[in-house]
Ligand binder design. Structure first.
Ligand SMILES: [Zn+2]
Length: 166
């Protein structure tokens, strides 16, 4: 059985005891989180959030990409979130490569180049990266200055979050 088949089996059980069908679309706690996709991060559990509480936007690195900005702007203007949180973490896969190396490796493996993605955005300093991501949000003309934008590093060994000063 493939993993996807296993997940479908698990969903049968999940839907049998499902009790969250009446939740409203806007996040109840008015929070949006941008976090790395790393499989060791269980965002709801680490932040004490329940289904329906927050928007959780994830990608490799927890980066404020054009798509993350798109989601944050929709999150605030259409669905009422009032606080933004950015979460990077220790031992991130984005620290393990350089964009140029990966691009070359892919071109060699596939014998072709590609226009997209234009960059993979590897980085070497998580604190500095979080600061840059916070700046991308706070400097955006469509993000109101009244929205707190706070950044954090999650320690995958201890489960602790540490705030990064802006
Ligand atoms: Zn990561």
């Amino acid at each position: 059985m493939s993993t996807i088949d296993e997940t479908l089996k698990a969903n049968e059980g999940y839907s049998q005891t499902f009790r969250s069908g009446q939740l409203a679309m806007p996040p109840a706690r008015k929070l949006a989180v941008v976090a790395c996709m790393d499989a060791r991060l269980t965002i709801e559990a680490m932040l004490g959030l329940k289904t329906g509480d927050a928007h959780i936007i994830r990608n490799a690195g927890g980066l404020i990409t054009e798509d993350a900005l798109r989601s944050l702007i929709i999150s605030h203007y259409l669905l009422g979130t009032q606080e933004f949180m950015i979460i990077n973490h220790t031992d991130c896969g984005m620290l393990t490569f350089k964009d140029a190396e990966l691009q070359e490796k892919l071109q060699q493996a596939t014998h072709t180049s590609a226009v997209n993605p234009a960059a993979f955005h590897a980085f070497s300093n998580p604190e500095k990266n979080v600061r840059e991501q916070m700046q991308k949000v706070t400097s955006h003309p469509w993000v109101p200055k009244t929205i707190p934008v706070r950044g954090f590093i999650y320690d995958v060994k201890t489960g602790q979050l540490t705030e990064v000063s802006s």
